[in-house]
Write a protein of this length. Sequence first.
Length: 126
Amino acid sequence: MIKRNTIQCSLVLDAVNKLRCHATADEIYDAIVKDYPTIGRGTVYRNLQRLTEAGKIRKIEVPGGPDRYDHQCHDHYHIICIQCGRLFDVDMEYFTDLEKSIRDTHGFQFTGHDIIFKGICPECRK
């Protein structure tokens, strides 16, 4: 939960919403610092965490790469380009009951899932 809505928090949320590209924390910082050169990188990181916890944005953990931040908070899947590293939304149904089909041999209580498909984007195929 966001305890108070600070100017910095609003700047971070606005940047994620304007970028609309599954940006990294560094990309979000770079977008903000152009107009607000006194903002600190740590401030951006802290506010990304606060906004994620409050459900205002979604953090996407990318194995082997930096976390990305999505303006769309609903459950959906992604595809990552294995050449340029850009992340895109996948237009398909989200399987809410997928965890029920897993044979649990380790005693886990499943709380959800994220799936990132891999491919080569149209730009990189050119």
